[in-house]
Design a protein around this ligand. Sequence first.
Ligand SMILES: C[C@H](O)[C@H](O)[C@@H](O)C(=O)CO
Ligand code: MN
Length: 418
Amino acid sequence: MTKLIEQAYELARERFAAVGVDTEQALARLDTLPVSMHCWQGDDVRGFENPQGALTGGIQATGNYPGRARNATELRADLDKAMSLIPGPKRLNLHAIYLESDRPVARDAIEPQHFAHWVEWAKQHQLGLDFNPTCFSHPLSEDGFTLAHRDKAIRQFWIDHCKASRHISASFGKQLGSPSVMNVWVPDGMKDLTVDRFAPRQRLMAALDDIFSEKLDPQHHLDAVESKLFGIGAESYTVGSGEFCLGYATSRQVGLTLDAGHFHPTEVISDKISAAALYVPRLLLHISRPVRWDSDHVVLLDDETQAIAHEIVRQQLFDKVHIGLDFFDASINRIAAWVIGTRNAKKALLRALLEPTDQLRQLENQSDYTSRLALLEEQKSLPWQAVWESWCLRNDVPADARWLNEVQHYQQHILSQR
Ligand SMILES: C[C@H](O)[C@H](O)[C@@H](O)C(=O)CO
Ligand SMILES: [Mn+2]
């Protein structure tokens, strides 16, 4: 098998060279692009603060596949298995509810020490960590409002939670030598007709200003805000809408998070990247797959995932875009979900890196749209898969679907015992 992959790679290398693409250069670039895997696929967004509590905030993990991680040790073991099947650089994206503590800790009192095991694990695996305050699944978010709450005390609780989260995020960056991107997403919104759409947005703006007022070293910590169109139970009005967050990130020069499931069904984030990149210092992507709604299905190697990768590569946004994932499917093996989605995001990046972009851009600039379309379609069937398999081999991970055997073995011996 190894020999076949090597032979196929040599042929593919020549084939790509013939269209002016250096496969080694493409792989060298791919080696610099970490994908931040989200911890919450492993346990259906429950976390370890109150795993028996309901998932609220208008998001839902549907399904009841056996073997969900029940504690941080299990979750790390599952991540180890998933990461061993995914080539190239990776990061881990943690939510605040994934803290570890012997006794209950209020969200506004969380500290770096509650994430010490995660940092230790990340060091062992040479991973960067990213972070998120958790502004949902909590009694003080039950009426659908957090940072935009009209009750000052409740609002302050969530402000303090986000401030504490920034310190944890910065501690990750400091200890691991790579900035942690902290994404603020709040579920705040209304189920039905909303008379005052302005005041909650004023309150959210002021709350975010307060949260971000302490300057933290960008070598350790970077801020981002995530917009949304609607959530379950917040169908009519979302405070942190697309326009709100784009305006906020632009005016405050913080990162903007674009989640593929957070816009109208015919809108795509691939088309937003080049527009937003003009105005915001950085983008955080939550690559996801909406099916009719923000359903957070596992990422496919589909047109939109490919288009997102093309935008990063064609515009050379490598330093400006942080690539993260956001899906949670509880109806299939959760480790397989991570592996499928992350491998697909990386395959899309590789295919984009193997595109003869300069030639295509030249055709476009010459208004030769016929040749542009012809070449775009022809290059889809160039042997990118041989390059992918060679890269998997170099990274000591299964090149083809045989990774599934390992997941099935793990299910039989580990997950089935839970
Ligand atoms: C759990 C995540 O923070 C959450 O999915 C958020 O990023 C989101 O996309 C909410 O719809
Ligand atoms: Mn998201």
